[in-house]
Design a protein around this ligand. Structure first.
Ligand SMILES: NC(=O)c1ccc[n+]([C@@H]2O[C@H](COP(=O)([O-])OP(=O)(O)OC[C@H]3O[C@@H](n4cnc5c(N)ncnc54)[C@H](O)[C@@H]3O)[C@@H](O)[C@H]2O)c1
Length: 432
């Protein structure tokens, strides 16, 4: 199949490279000419494990190419839209301007029977609007608009794309179904569940799934708070709960709250959709607000550990990205934690294996270090905010000698209290 991907970001680039790897002929188009030029030089603009090799192999074999001109959509069997849908400033609705701009740009170029597929996360009804635009601009064409939401996780994106739990395809049209089934055939052959639903249902599945996962995280975070009060260990509570198949152990890790480019904005956008339709989603509302408050509350944990004041003190923050194995800083809890520490008068040293470049764009007055031990040297406390593997086996004796005060705040519970206290440090975890 000839596939065009509009947007070569985290989702577009990974999806495009994986489709090419399935054997399809793929063109990734991005309006960011610098990004396209970098890709054409063999440079990958984002950090995603395995992506550089996958892109390189498929470019070399002639199945994957990059372009800045939309003109390349002309002979595609399917055009996927994978542009951003961030929160709209001011009201929290999903900002669909990138999606609609892309649709208007491709409309005059589409072949008469192309299938247009939204991979971007878009509110219920967006497919209807895209169809409306296309019918208006191309009354001559029989273009089908399909919803095919993406569930990959940054940091494990290629594995997720190639071994998804399910593929959701939203369309009522037989021909469009056949095109999508053919594109995903390498996965389909392995009897992977491919669910064909209506377009609106597909659009809602994505938001409902994200809101549910966000709820699980927030639930265990609140249980963690209770654990701290009653002397229980949230790690063990989560394990005891998660072994129940009806619950499952995933997304039950207490921590500094969820962040990232999807959960926060998607929860808000879902609430806005519900409000527009006169429906109250009280659970999602609560999850959103509890999570927002939690991020700054984690900074208070550090303040409390430092005897109630961080004024004039230095905190070494380990981990900036919203999760390990990505360079993505969008809505990372580290932003709120660091700003709250700075508001309380702290000096912040920070380190991250991949996120420093992006962090510089959002945070001010932070001193960055590539080496965690250099970040820790002379600090009064260490706060682990992202659970990168590089921080899982710190030389704790060395950490003790480098810290001015022996305060070790582990917001991801990646150490046991015993090993940390054994090294002469005071341990502060979450919910234990
Ligand atoms: N990042 C994730 O983990 C993830 C997972 C599942 C779904 N999603 C959804 O996928 C969508 C894309 O997310 P992302 O993280 O890849 O975004 P991103 O910001 O990394 O990438 C978007 C890309 O689209 C390009 N673009 C914007 N308008 C364009 C146009 N008119 N023509 C060509 N290119 C254009 C931008 O230059 C950018 O490179 C969002 O709706 C997001 O919610 C993201």
């Amino acid at each position: 199949m000839r596939v065009t991907m509009i947007g070569a970001g985290y989702v577009g680039l990974v999806s495009g490279a994986c489709f090419a790897d399935f054997g399809h002929q793929v063109t990734c188009i991005d309006k960011d000419a610098g990004r396209v030029a970098a890709l054409n030089r063999g440079e990958i603009p984002i950090f995603e494990p395995g992506l550089a090799d996958l892109v390189e192999a498929n470019v070399r074999q002639g199945r994957l190419e990059f372009a800045a001109e939309t003109a390349r959509v002309r002979d595609a069997d399917a055009v996927f839209i994978a542009v951003g849908t961030p929160s709209r400033r001011g009201d929290g609705h999903a900002d669909l301007s990138f999606v609609y701009d892309a649709v208007r740009e491709i409309a005059p170029l589409l072949s008469r029977t192309t299938v247009v597929v939204t991979k971007s996360t878009v509110p219920v009804g967006t497919g209807d609007e895209i169809e409306h635009i296309l019918r208006e601009k191309r009354p001559d064409a029989d273009v089908q608009v399909v919803s095919n939401p993406e569930f990959l996780r940054e940091g494990a994106a290629i594995r997720d794309f190639k071994h998804p739990d399910r593929i959701v395809v939203g369309t009522d049209d037989e021909r469009a179904r056949a095109v999508l089934a053919e594109i995903y055939r390498p996965l389909y052959l392995n009897e992977l569940p491919i669910i064909f639903v209506t377009r609106r249902t597909a659009e809602l599945i994505k938001y409902a799934a994200n809101a549910f996962l966000a709820t699980k995280i927030t639930f265990i975070n609140e249980i963690a708070d209770l654990c701290e009060r009653v002397g229980a260990d949230v790690q063990e509570v989560a394990r005891g709960m998660g072994l129940d198949n009806r619950i499952g152990g995933k997304f039950l890790h207490a921590g500094p709250g969820f962040g990232g480019s999807c959960f926060p904005k998607d929860a808000t956008a879902l609430l806005k959709t519900a409000q527009d339709h006169g429906v109250a989603l009280r659970i999602v509302e609560t999850v959103s607000s509890v999570n927002e408050q939690r991020k700054r509350a984690m900074a208070r944990k550090v303040v409390t550990a430092l005897d109630g004041s961080v004024r004039g003190k230095t905190v070494a923050v380990l981990g900036l990205t919203f999760k390990p194995n990505t360079d993505d800083m969008r809505d990372s809890p580290a932003i709120a934690v660091i700003r709250a520490l700075q508001d309380a008068g702290a000096t912040v040293h920070a380190t991250d294996p991949e996120g420093i470049e992006q962090a510089r764009l959002v945070l001010e007055d932070v001193t960055y270090f590539n080496d965690p031990y250099e970040a820790i040297a002379g600090a009064d406390a260490i706060a682990i905010v992202t659970e990168w593997n590089a921080y899982r086996a710190l030389d704790l004796a060395r950490v003790r000698t480098l810290l001015t005060a022996p305060v070790f705040v582990d917001l991801r519970n990646i150490y046991t209290p015993d090993e940390v206290t054994g090294a002469g440090l005071a341990y502060y975890g979450v919910g234990r």
